[in-house]
Design a protein. Structure first.
Length: 400
């Protein structure tokens, strides 16, 4: 049976071009067995007709605060009490501002004030509006009040610009809600994780790489998915089968990984950098290098520190790094924690059948003001233990 079966969802639709996607959202929720009632703002009706949402939800669309007919069918307080969950998709910049201000100047904002149900919002707006300090402040305040944020996504926008601000696809919104209704300590959290090695081409046939098999990162991605997270896994080349996660993105070089990670970082709640990213890469020769000399010197250039870039984003996710060391584990890990401005770092010994390639591992985990040892165990078990600790620290950092 679907977790949506019999669940009462109040869908708020505000004004924006993405309002047309509300139709697909309603269809998906109803197909899953949810009972959906739709509330539209006046602006939303400029983008999609109430009739469409009425037909798909099988229920009259609510629009007006003071309409005696609507109030007699179900008054706004009853509607606010009726909902198991309120979802606003799309949520415009104006709606977010009014929610933050505690306004009650239309039916939707009044319901949000009058409800005890969890409130989920999926913003959609032009990139510049999303990045405006006013919108950022509104989002921060709403989040600090416990409102759940879904997206926005990145990409080409209706206005022709490209960047963050697209409504999260209805299928992904549904997935996040599924986790809200379902079980799992990671429900509702979006995890971005990197895994495996990178390959840095020397010429069209040769590359530099390292011993990472991807096992540790894949185990973390799978465990988080099982515990309810929405998982995006960005993986370098491995011999493993792709795990069952929401998004699986394959990359090859450190540069590819940097681009993919930065593309998804702002819409993640958490980033775990478990990939063994090349620290240096050569400039690729256009043709196969011939063995004409007895020695060959390669000039290597430092790659960009991916995790360092993530942790310096304005809207950074909670950022977890790994440290792979052959000596002075604690000292090196602590330095990386500080220099890369991480929230937490998991350090492992590597080399001599340790850390890399093998099925088991042990971790020493450090964060500002604390540390914990996770003893040797199969990487699947260790992943579950590390996720529990990460979640503990994530919640601790969000409660201060
Ligand atoms: O894949 P397995 O075979 O299961 O092995 C697991 C593992 C040993 C690869 C894993 O547990 C691990 O330690 N991963 C990190 C490996 C590594 O590159 O560590 P580092 O100490 O060199 O880097 C520190 C951190 O910076 C890491 O989070 C790394 O992802 C990140 N980094 C490094 C270089 C770079 N250019 N960009 C980065 O983001």
């Amino acid at each position: 049976m679907s977790v949506f079966s019999g669940k009462k969802i109040l869908l708020g639709v505000s004004g924006g071009i993405a309002a047309y996607k509300a139709a697909e959202l309603v269809r998906l929720m109803v197909t899953e067995g949810a009972i959906v009632r739709v509330v539209m703002t006046e602006a939303a009706t400029q983008f999609i007709t109430p009739l469409t949402l009425e037909a798909l939800s099988g229920s009259k669309v609510h629009r007006h605060l003071f309409d005696p007919l609507e109030e007699s069918a179900m008054n706004h307080i009853d509607l606010a009490r009726w909902a198991d969950l309120i979802l606003i998709a799309p949520a415009s910049a104006d709606l977010l501002a009014r929610l933050r201000g505690g306004h009650a100047d239309d039916l939707l904002t009044t319901l949000c004030l009058a409800t005890n149900a969890p409130l989920w919002v999926a913003p959609a707006m032009n990139r510049v509006m999303w990045e405006h300090p006013a919108t950022k402040e509104n989002i921060d305040t709403l989040r600090s009040r416990g409102i759940h944020l879904l997206g926005p996504d990145q990409g080409i926008q209706a206005c022709g610009e490209s960047g963050p601000g697209r409504l999260l696809e209805p299928g992904l919104i549904l997935k996040a809600l599924e986790q809200a209704f379902g079980a799992g300590p990671w429900a509702g959290l979006r995890l971005l994780i990197s895994a495996g090695p990178t390959r840095e081409p020397i010429d069209p046939v040769r590359y530099l790489s390292n011993r990472s098999s991807g096992k540790m990162g894949y185990a973390l991605a799978e465990a988080a998915q099982q515990q309810g997270a929405v998982v995006t896994l960005i993986s370098g080349p491995t011999a493993l089968s792709p795990p069952k996660v929401d998004h699986f993105i394959e990359v090859e070089t450190a540069k590819d990984m940097l681009e993919a990670v930065l593309h998804h970082a702002s819409s993640a709640d958490m980033f775990i950098g478990s990939a063994a990213v090349a620290d240096y890469a050569p400039n690729m020769a256009p043709q196969k290098i011939k063995k004409e000399t007895s020695t060959l010197t390669l000039e290597l250039y430092k790659t960009v520190d991916i995790i360092g870039q993530v942790s310096s984003l304005d809207d950074r996710p909670f950022t977890v790094g790994f440290a792979a060391e052959t000596e002075n584990l604690e000292a090196h890990a602590r330095l990386k924690l500080k220099h890369k401005a991480l929230d937490l770092i998991a350090a492992n010994h590597v080399g001599d059948h340790q850390g890399f390639e093998v099925d088991d591992n042990e971790l020493m985990v450090f964060w500002e003001g604390g540390q914990r040892f996770l003893p040797r165990a199969h990487k699947t078990q260790l992943a579950a233990e590390l996720l529990t600790l990460i979640l503990e620290r994530y919640h601790a950092s969000h409660s201060t």
